[in-house]
Design a protein around this ligand. Structure first.
Ligand code: PLP
Length: 464
């Protein structure tokens, strides 16, 4: 493809995208294909002779969209949203076209400097005090992994990176059972061992019990183990559980432990001051992550990782081999030293576009609507005689079940997703199979939520 063809096909791709977004509402939300169906349509090996882009584009249109689950569908009520506001897609197209590689300041100065600014804009937007610095990681999983590595190294006085872990003490990390599986993964990958992730019991409101936390730490110290840190959950994936952050911070500070707050989903809601009570005390944490790529609208991937002392993270994961050194390194930020991969995308551009195009007020209005419609949907389903609410709304998430138990609830979910008009997913709660309703897709309107409730009721009635 030459430059002239590039212009033609780039226009065509943009046109395709605009039409896709206009019509996505008419597609089934969850892909309706069977495993292997798409692979069967793809050749078994690469062609020796180039085909040009025309047949490839035609095959893309024929094969790919029907094989996708449509996260930008306004009737997507599954998992948590992965919102891509149109302006953030445009920003991502621009960075893709520059093929930006932002590992060092000098490999992309604008990317580094805009990232510093955007992390600070996001900090202000969610009401964290000045003093927190940060970076845009690819995912919350990476941010949590970096935080767990940092708590490990701090607890070992940075000997783990140098000497390995075999002769060190048994490290312990604390979190509630409501935290996301990325915490288990981080503890596993950090060499601490999943057995050393201590799951602290929760209170009646599903937040971690600080007294139980203090007891667990005391018991570990008595047993000769070394507590390393605490992962605090603001908005758990299963039912939206909220840990009492300030009370946990009291324990952490008394024990001198590193703290990381996982607010991957709920953090976006903190742009609305009225929801900040959910994480009172987060301003005292060492590390906080939230994903603008979930609820806020910054196209995946974009995970904001705030740090009270970035030096601790850099000391843990940063390396500067000779070939990466540049003049004046001491006075500039090289963001590869704040994360696991060396190469990194220009994530800040989509945040800049998003925040400026919508303004905080525009983004707040969406989040407030989602929370209000969640309450409405919950009351509507509560009133239906075949359905029961299992957990009450936490921001824009609640869970429900069929009154006849797990089998019918699972059958209801499968029927809903095979039908395709809406998409929901399940979790287990207190040993029960329950359906999560998560409202937060960027283009969802109240009518979509009402329609979603109509479909749920219709399918629940068909089952009985
Ligand atoms: N933490 C929470 C609370 C989540 O809900 C999720 C994903 O849904 C994650 C972490 C992992 O997010 P990511 O896909 O950015 O790694």
């Amino acid at each position: 493809m030459d430059r002239k063809d590039y212009r033609h096909w780039a226009h065509k791709a943009a046109d395709w995208g605009a039409s896709y977004l206009e019509d996505v509402v008419d597609r089934p939300v969850r892909a309706q294909v069977s495993p292997g169906e798409i692979a069967a349509l793809i050749g078994d090996g690469p062609p020796e002779a180039g085909e040009g882009i025309e047949p490839v584009f035609a095959d893309f249109e024929r094969i790919v969209p029907d094989g996708m689950t449509h996260w930008q569908h306004p009737r997507f009520f599954a998992y948590f949203p992965a919102n891509a506001a149109p302006v953030s897609m445009i920003a991502d197209m621009l960075t893709t076209q520059m093929a930006a590689q932002c590992m060092l300041w000098q490999t992309s100065p604008a990317a580094t400097e805009i990232e510093i600014k955007m992390v600070d804009w996001l900090r202000q937007a969610i009401g964290l005090p000045g003093g927190f610095k940060g970076t845009l990681q690819d995912s919350a999983t990476t941010a949590t992994f970096c935080a767990v590595l940092t708590m490990r190294e701090k607890a070992l006085d940075w000997a783990g990176n140098r000497d390995g872990l075999s002769s060190g003490p048994r490290l312990r990390v604390y979190a509630s059972a409501q935290t996301h599986s990325s915490i288990d993964k981080a503890v596993q990958l950090a060499g601490i061992g999943r057995e050393n992730l201590v799951k602290i019991p929760t209170r009646a409101d599903y937040g971690m019990d600080p007294a139980a936390l203090a007891e667990a730490i005391a018991a570990d110290r008595a047993a000769g183990h070394t507590p390393a840190g605490i992962v605090i959950c603001t908005g758990g994936t299963s039912i939206g559980a909220m840990d009492p952050v300030a009370e946990i911070m009291d324990v952490a500070e008394a024990e001198g432990l590193y703290t990381h707050v996982d607010a991957a989903w709920a953090g976006s809601a903190m742009i609305c001051p009225e929801y900040r009570h959910f994480w009172d005390g987060a301003e005292r944490a060492d590390s906080i992550v939230f994903n603008p790529h979930k609820w806020l609208g910054a196209q995946f991937e974009c995970s904001a990782h705030f740090l009270r002392d970035p030096g601790e993270l850099i000391r843990t994961v940063g390396l500067r081999p000779d070939y990466l050194k540049g003049p004046g390194d001491e006075d500039i930020v090289n963001f590869n030293e704040w994360s696991v991969p060396l190469g990194r995308r220009f994530r800040a551009l989509k945040v800049w576009f998003l925040l400026r195009a919508y303004g905080l007020d525009g983004l707040r209005a969406r989040i407030r609507d989602h929370v209000a419609w969640t309450e409405e949907a919950c009351e509507r389903l509560r009133a239906h005689d075949r359905l029961e609410i299992v957990t009450e709304p936490s921001l824009s998430l609640f869970t429900f079940a069929h009154v006849d138990g797990d089998g019918p609830t699972q059958a209801l979910l499968e029927a809903l997703n095979d039908d395709g008009r809406i998409y929901l997913t399940q979790t287990s709660h207190k040993g029960r199979y329950v359906i999560r309703m998560s409202i937060g897709q960027f283009d969802t309107a109240r009518e979509d939520v009402v329609y979603g409730c109509d479909v749920i009721e219709e399918m629940a009635e068909k089952l009985t």
